[in-house]
Design a binder for this molecule. Structure first.
Ligand SMILES: *Cc1c(COP(=O)(O)O)cnc(C)c1O
Length: 490
């Protein structure tokens, strides 16, 4: 099925907006535009009535799938529902219309909001200081590793240029390390899916700058030996970096700072109520222990209790400098602030508990049909493989993912983490009701049955979407990004 394009709508001579008559003397185009640049034929622009145009674009807008239209269990992405009240807060003119060059005494409210958000995030993560500058998770990793590099260099340990990552790590971790000019060293996971402490110890040495970990890890498993890991990393003179993009599971329950992490980034656009997924603005604040605080990006937002004033502190000689224009994506910080204030400390803990309960409940409904490679209590998400027998029937994870679209769901994350064969990574989040989880599990079980009875149905899915299966290689290498009139009419 192909989509109707705006170019194919309407008919010659149809129009939406009659233009007024020209009230200046008309000059022939030939006198204004050099002959060589003039078109030989009219350009063939769409000619459609206003109602046709309005319906066309409204229909297109409804083709988007979002968390406001349905369940979106995209593992590691925390596609939870974002309360609309936080959008309202971010749009308040006093925030939305500020100019970044306004004088400090005119923006005390905004500075206070930033300062307090830094303090809340420090309290939530067990860190000492925060910066709100980085614009995304990967950007936070970048700022964090630059600080770690600056820290080692400042101590004269300029040889520390290696970053250790587990083989289950999010792709941004090794990519960030490489971008910072570091050498990446991968360590394999143990048989239970968590870090193999002995393998990690072997990897540590005088050249190690940092170990980057995610806890809970990308399999949704809590690293139970985290304090021993931290001890080993610190004994080797290295620092422990926490990829805190997925804080949802441990909010209000445990704190990376207490586990021994030295640096953490958070994704406000995952955990703290900013819609994401369309490439819109994000925010990846970074928290550090006090030893790293001098290296934080400049300016920092400070508070002078004697004068009762908030201020921007540019006087930071060891700072890694700016990582973003001005002060970061302020509107995202407003949403996070409103969210944290509305939910409160107890509420944050409940978010963590509900995220974990929802994931475990959903897993319990499909366990037995879908294979669970590392079967223990999961945290905010879990990873399964297709039912036994699917492979023999020539069916793959991608077929399950595509078929889920026919049931009206966004597919889970697929083929990640790489250490699980045919991975399906499901993160339901705390904002979903039991009936949604029941219905989704029902679809997964139904698809398992379909796979055995009518595998072709899965191979040809999706059928209820505007386009069915794309050749993903062609789509990536030779994307069709513009409409061309049929050759005969050109
Ligand atoms: C989402 C995510 C990131 C990257 O965050 P971006 O904002 O997309 O750059 C890093 N690590 C993990 C574990 C993530 O889930």
């Amino acid at each position: 099925m192909t989509e109707t394009l705006i170019f194919e709508l309407g008919a010659s001579g149809r129009t939406s907006s009659p233009l007024p008559d020209c009230d200046v003397p008309a000059r022939p185009l030939k006198e204004i535009i050099p002959a060589g640049l003039l078109r030989k034929k009219p350009p063939g622009l769409p000619e459609a009535g206003e109602a046709e145009v309005a319906r066309h674009f409204t229909r297109l807008s409804s083709l988007n799938y979002g968390v406001d239209t349905g369940f979106y269990p995209l593992g590691s992405c925390t596609m939870k529902y974002n309360p609309k009240i936080n959008e309202y807060a971010a749009r308040l003119p006093g925030f939305a219309r500020l100019h970044p060059y306004q004088a400090e005494d005119q923006v005390q409210g905004a500075l206070r909001l930033m300062y307090e958000t830094q303090r809340y995030l420090a309290e939530i993560t067990g860190m000492d200081e925060f910066t709100l500058q980085p614009a995304a998770g990967a950007h936070g990793e970048f700022a964090g590793l630059l600080m770690i590099k600056a820290y080692h260099d400042h101590r004269g340990e300029t040889g520390r240029r290696r970053v250790v990552v587990p083989d289950s790590s999010h792709g941004t971790n090794p990519a960030t390390a490489a971008l910072c000019g570091m050498e990446v060293q991968q360590v394999r996971s143990g048989r239970d899916g968590t870090v193999d402490l002995e393998a990690l110890k072997d990897a540590l040495g005088p050249g190690t700058a940092a170990v980057m970990l995610t806890n809970p890890n990308t399999l949704g498993l809590f690293e139970r030996e985290i304090t021993k890991i931290a001890e080993a990393v610190h004994r080797a003179g290295a620092l422990l970096y926490c990829d805190g993009a997925n804080m949802n599971a441990i909010l209000g329950i445990s704190r990376p700072g207490d586990m021994g992490f030295d640096v953490i980034h958070l994704n406000l656009h995952k955990t703290f109520s900013t819609p994401h997924g369309g490439g819109g603005p994000g925010s990846g604040p970074v928290g550090v222990k006090s030893g790293l605080a001098p290296f934080l990006p400049s300016p920092a937002v400070g508070f002078d209790p004697a004068g009762g004033r908030y201020y921007l502190d540019y006087d930071r000689p060891l700072s890694i400098g700016k990582v973003r224009s001005f002060y970061g994506n302020f509107g995202v910080v407003v949403r996070a602030y409103a969210y944290i204030r509305a939910v409160g400390g107890e509420g944050l803990r409940q978010v963590g508990e509900d995220a974990v309960i929802n994931a475990n409940y959903l897993l319990s409904l499909i366990r037995g049909t879908y294979r669970v490679p590392f079967d223990r209590r999961c945290m905010h998400e879990f990873v399964v493989s297709p039912p036994a027998g699917f492979k023999e029937a020539g069916l793959h994870t991608v077929d399950i993912a595509k078929r889920l679209m026919d049931y009206g769901y966004h597919p889970p994350t697929v083929y990640f983490p790489l250490i699980v064969e045919e991975a399906l990574m499901v993160e339901p989040t705390e904002t979903e009701s039991r009936s949604t989880l029941d219905a989704f599990a029902g679809a997964l079980l139904e698809i398992a049955r379909e796979g055995f009875e009518n595998p072709q149905l899965l191979r040809e899915a999706p059928r209820r979407t505007p386009v069915s299966r794309l050749d993903e290689v062609v789509a990536a290498r030779k994307p069709v990004l513009r409409w061309r009139p049929p050759a005969a009419e050109e």
